[in-house]
Design a protein around this ligand. Structure first.
Ligand code: ADP
Length: 189
């Protein structure tokens, strides 16, 4: 069983992915966090990937897939995954089931107006000091999201995978509760 959490930067998707994975006992795959951790740990793949993400570019699929396969190599007997930050473009969409070897039960689409997520990004810039929070990198990431990631929602739907839209501007607990209520019928997959 795989759940995918989608949404723009600042939509709260990493918070929601964490809450959902804990509640369901599923393994959390948060690609942005994985990339930053691998870089901080000085691993060769982490260093290679940083050249892309620090500028707001997507990490190339080959490298991203290798990183994910390594992350999940030791996962035996787990119920499934909550994915956050993956898939981000078409090639990743195609590879998803090959990498995670489980069907996608549902996709949660956190919707937030541009004005709101721009505000959230501005305020977290001060707190997190991420390398990719320069004006340029933020703009590139938003463009990548709109051009490459958003169209995947239609693909999921076309392939018969339910996409649940949740208003991401609500308080964290409300968003979580709504996700929880909506996914009950997809839990058996
Ligand atoms: P955000 O969703 O706020 O852009 P993330 O922490 O999810 O932030 O990702 C940070 C950066 O890591 C992305 O801008 C991108 O460069 C890289 N990244 C994350 N996931 C992927 C992915 N699936 N494929 C390619 N690059 C990725």
């Amino acid at each position: 069983m795989v759940f995918v959490i989608m949404g723009p930067q600042g939509s709260g998707k990493s918070t929601q992915a964490k809450l959902l994975s804990q509640r369901l006992g599923l393994y959390l795959i948060s690609t942005g966090t994985i990339l930053r951790d691998l870089y901080a740990a000085n691993t060769p793949m982490g260093i290679e990937a940083e050249e892309y993400w620090s500028e707001g570019h997507l990490v190339p699929n080959d490298l991203m897939h290798k990183i994910l396969l390594e992350q999940i190599a030791e996962h035996k007997n787990i119920k499934g995954y909550v994915l956050e930050g993956f898939p981000r473009e078409e090639g990743q969409y195609t590879e998803l089931e090959k990498i995670f070897k489980r069907p996608v039960a549902a996709v949660i689409d956190l919707t937030v107006d541009r004005e709101v997520y721009m505000q959230r990004i501005e305020s977290r810039k001060v707190i997190e000091k991420r390398k990719d929070e320069t004006e340029e990198a933020i703009e590139r990431r938003l463009n990548a999201f709109e051009q490459h990631t958003l169209p995947l929602l239609k693909k999921f739907e076309k392939d018969g995978i339910p996409v649940v839209m949740i208003d991401g501007t609500q308080p964290i607990d409300n968003v979580h509760q709504q996700i929880w209520d909506h996914i009950q019928s997809y839990l058996s997959n």
